[in-house]
Design a protein around this ligand. Sequence first.
Ligand code: TXA
Ligand code: MG
Length: 333
Amino acid sequence: MIVKATGAAITHAASLLRAGGLVALPTETVYGLGADATNDAAVARIFEAKRRPRFNPLIVHVADIAAAEALGDFSERARATARRFWPGPLSLVLPRRGDSGLSPLATAGLDSVALRVPAHPVAAALLRAAGRPIAAPSANRSGRVSPTTAKHVDQELAGGVDVILDAGPCPVGVESTVLDLTGKRPALLRPGGVTLERLAALLGAIDVPAADESAPRSPGRLPSHYAPSLPLRLGATDARPDEALLAFGSEAPPGFAEVLFLSRSGDLREAAANLFAMLRRLDRAERFSGIAVMPIPEEGLGRAINDRLRRAAAPVSRPPAPPRNRETPARDA
Ligand code: TXA
Ligand code: MG
């Protein structure tokens, strides 16, 4: 059920969370599927609703740095990073505290934990009202495009969630950056809403493991993530028959069956905010032979955009899809 994220709705959602329920919540990046991270049964419901493999750990969301320090071991470097970028679209992988009280399911049995303090006012209010850590992956079925509106969540997980808090489209539009601070050098496990450039300005050199290398370290980084059902063609400069185009910049090459502009002004922020909704829209139209995407610069938020696009385009084996519902936009991956 989709409800407008009023104060009363947030209070009600917090009590659902404390009772072991599943709440879809807006964050500045994408909508998350939240559950009490200290409750095994509640966390197990997340994996079921998403059909997510259990080896893939979840991001644990908290209201502030103090709450995060009860769950992870903060080095001075971690504290400085948190102070600089929280609340915001950054998840920090830190050693998990022995007395964290987190469900081992939430961290997939790892001795580390990914922590995030989101900036979205509804997420922040919900975390304060719930008063406990909330595990929340993106609120899509495993392997599909992340939801940036409440309606997307409903299309993905209808029935599997107790309430969907609607606060309109997510302003950032791509997931949080996942930064691993457990090693000697910081490692970028997933590019996202906080750019590598900004992190490097604070932290100096940051390892950027190749995608296949980071998969074992960040189990969610399977190549075939974020998959639409239509074939995706990147760096496109010309049209193929019946193809739709995601354009970047003011000039789109001729001949496409439909053109959606990620950003006419070539603004990477605007493009990130539009990316998943536009992919979903073209994928659902069911009248195109494929989706082409114009080249996007590999800098700033462009790294996160290109990362999601490369994963969406990866022709990698996918787990068997559940029965396909006409209402659902994309095949499982
Ligand atoms: O923006 C976001 O991060 C959204 C919103 C809802 O917060 N959440 C999100 O969660 O994207 P999810 O589950 O779709 O992605 C979490 C990523 C996965 O790639 C997972 O493998 C990685 O974080 N991760 C979680 N815990 C980890 C850990 N202890 N070590 C390494 N990677 C971890
Ligand atoms: Mg996800």
